[in-house]
Structure formats: C-alpha cells, structure tokens
Design a binder for this molecule. Structure first.
Ligand SMILES: [Zn+2]
Length: 165
C-alpha cells in the first residue's frame, strides 16, 4: 500500500514555485473536483485503505472554479470499486477513467438508488437500533429533493450541520 499525501498550500522556500509531481497513472481513475477536505472521507468510504493499489491524495490543489479542491488518483481497475456513494458525499466530483496513461472517459456522479452500510438510521425505535448485526440500508425516496429513507422504518436521513455522514 503506497499512499502519498501532498499539500499544495505549503509555502515555498525563497518564494520558489513548487510543482507537484505525483506521477502519471497508467491504468485507473482520477477523482477530480472533490470539495477541499473531503478526500480522506472518500478514501475511507471507498475502502481504498484495504486495497493493495497505489493511491495519491492531493489536498488543497488550486482550482479556478473552486478555489481549492482535493484530487484522488487511484491505480486500480475502476470496476472493482463501488463508486455509487460518491454522489452522496459530494456532487461536484468528476471521475476520469485512465487507460494507457490517457483519459478515455469522463463520468459525472449520480445519486445511488440505495446506500448500504454508510449512513446510520437515527430512529431509536428502528429495528437496526435493536439488532446491531443488521446492515443499515437507505433508499432514494425522492431524487429531486435528494431524500433518503431507512429501508426498515422509513425514517428520513438528515445530514447534520458538520457535514459528517
Ligand atoms: Zn430505520
């Protein structure tokens, strides 16, 4: 497991400009336009810590559109990962699929119909509160309003103020 974390905001000695060289990836994908600060969250939700592939995490990269953004470069087959949850975490993300060192496809993320084991039902009377072994499953109840409800008790999922899942 190789993980590299870089900060583009580190001030350069003698005001030199330092370019980040994280290396071009040959096969894999790049998650771009991640809201600054979300890269590590996504790293964990995608289970990248458990995979034996090269991952580069770029924090606070300069972006004309966003000011600052994070970027994740992952050198593994995109089909081995479930990227559904990305849209739920951050709708601004774009996925660039890389083959032989070239971008062959750009994907927008879309809201998953179902979210498993990522968010928890907060209803104390929900069966998932009494049966800790049950998976927490939410379904997309209203796509326009982005409302998710618990599969068991229909409790609506509300993100808290800190943006934590
Ligand atoms: Zn529930």
């Amino acid at each position: 497991m190789k993980t590299a974390a870089f900060s583009a905001s580190a001030s350069g000695y003698r005001k030199e400009q330092y370019m980040l060289n994280v290396g071009k990836i040959e096969e894999g994908f790049v998650l771009d336009h991640i809201k600054a600060g979300n890269a590590m969250k996504i790293y964990h939700y995608l289970g990248l810590d458990k995979l034996d592939c090269t991952v580069a995490i770029i924090k606070n990269a300069r972006s004309n559109a966003m000011g600052k953004k994070d970027i994740l470069k992952v050198e593994c087959d995109i089909n081995t990962l479930n990227l559904d949850v990305l849209a739920f975490i951050d709708r601004s993300i774009t996925i660039n699929v890389i083959k032989s060192g070239q971008i062959v496809e750009k994907r927008k993320v879309s809201l998953p119909k179902e979210i498993r084991g990522i968010i928890r039902c907060q209803n104390p009377r929900c069966i998932t509160s009494v049966e800790p072994s049950l998976p927490h499953i939410f379904y997309l109840a209203d796509e326009k309003k982005e409302i998710y409800r618990c599969r068991y008790c229909d409790e609506r999922y509300e993100a808290n103020d800190s943006g934590e899942l």
